[in-house]
Design a protein around this ligand. Sequence first.
Ligand code: NAP
Length: 321
Amino acid sequence: MNNNLLILGGSGFIGSALCEKLVRRNRGGNERITVASRRLSHARHLQPLPTVEIVEADLYDDDQLARLVAGRDAVVNLIGILHGREQDFERVHAELPRRLALACLAAGTRRVIHLSALGADAQAPSMYLRSKAAGEAALLQQPGLAVTCLRPSVVFGAGDRFINLFATLQAFAPLVPLAGAAARFQPVWVEDLAEAILCVLDDPATAGQTLECAGPRVYTLAELVRLAGCWSGHRRWVWPLPSALAWPMAWCMEWMPGGPLMSRDNLLSMEVPNVASGHRPGLESLGITPTPLEAIGPGMLGGGGELARLDRWRAQVHASR
Ligand SMILES: NC(=O)c1ccc[n+]([C@@H]2O[C@H](COP(=O)([O-])OP(=O)(O)OC[C@H]3O[C@@H](n4cnc5c(N)ncnc54)[C@H](OP(=O)(O)O)[C@@H]3O)[C@@H](O)[C@H]2O)c1
C-alpha cells in the first residue's frame, strides 16, 4: 500500500495531473501526499487539493532530503528541465537522482518511480538525453531500491508547453519557420501518463522495469504544428528550415527573454526519433489504452481554457468506443 507519498516536481505539468488523480481516487481517505517544491508559490495551484501538503525544500541539502524521504511508502521523482548548460542537466537529471537513491536507501524507503524520457541513452547526441540516462542508471542500479522508470514521449494536455505553444505561436506569427520539422514524436496524453504512474505505484511487480509511454500514433513535428494551427483556428504556413538555418535559429532562441523556446540541445534531441522502440513494456502492459491526440487536441485548443475541461469527457467517450 502506498499511502504516504512524496512527489518531487509535483508542481509541474505532469505532477499536477498526478496529484489531481491521486486525490480523486484517495482510497479510504487515508492517502497522504507531500509535494516538495523550491518555492511554495510554484505549487499554489495545488493548495485546494485536500490531502496534498506542499512543503518548501532544497533537495540538494542532504538533511532536508533525508527528512523528506523518511517514512514514505514511495517517492515519485518528476523533476526535470528541458534547457540548460551541461552542468545544469547533470545536476538536475543525474546528481539529484543519485542523491535521492542514497537518501532513500538510508531511510529504508525502497519504492521509487522515476520520470525519464524516450530516447534516454548514455550515447545520445543531446545533453538532455544523456543526463536522463545517467539519472535512470543511478536509481535502477542501486541495490536495495525498487525502482520503476517511465519514459514518456512528448506529453500533451491542458497546460502543456508543446501543442499549446505551437497554437499560441500561430495566433501571433504570420508563418512558422520550423527547425527539426521532420523529427518524429508519439505524443502521450498527460492523463494516461498520470494513470500509468498510479498503476506502477500499485504494482510492485513493475520494480526494475523501464516502461515506454507513448500515444497510438507517430507524427512529424511539422504535422503537429499544423494540427495545432488547425485546431486553434490560426493555421499558418509552416516553413521547414534547412539545417543551415535551423542551428542559428535555435541559437537565437536560446537568448529569448523569458527562457528559450528551443535550443541547440533540443535540436540534437530531435535527431533521435521520439518514438517507442517496442522493445520495452508500454502503457498497454498496464491495461491503459493510449488516447489519440485527435480525441483531445480540438477541444483543448478550440475554445481556450473552458473547453480544455472537456478533456476527460472526450477521453471517456474514446474509451467507451
Ligand atoms: N512534459 C513532457 O512532454 C515530458 C516528456 C518527456 C519527459 N518528461 C519528464 O517528465 C518529468 C515531469 O515533466 P513536466 O513536464 O511535468 O515538467 P515541469 O512542468 O517543468 O515540472 C518539473 C518540476 O521540476 C521542478 N524543477 C524544475 N527545475 C528544477 C531544478 N533546477 N531543481 C529542482 N527542481 C526543479 C519544478 O518544481 P518546483 O518549481 O516546484 O521546485 C517543476 O515543477 C520531467 O522529468 C521531464 O523531463 C516530460
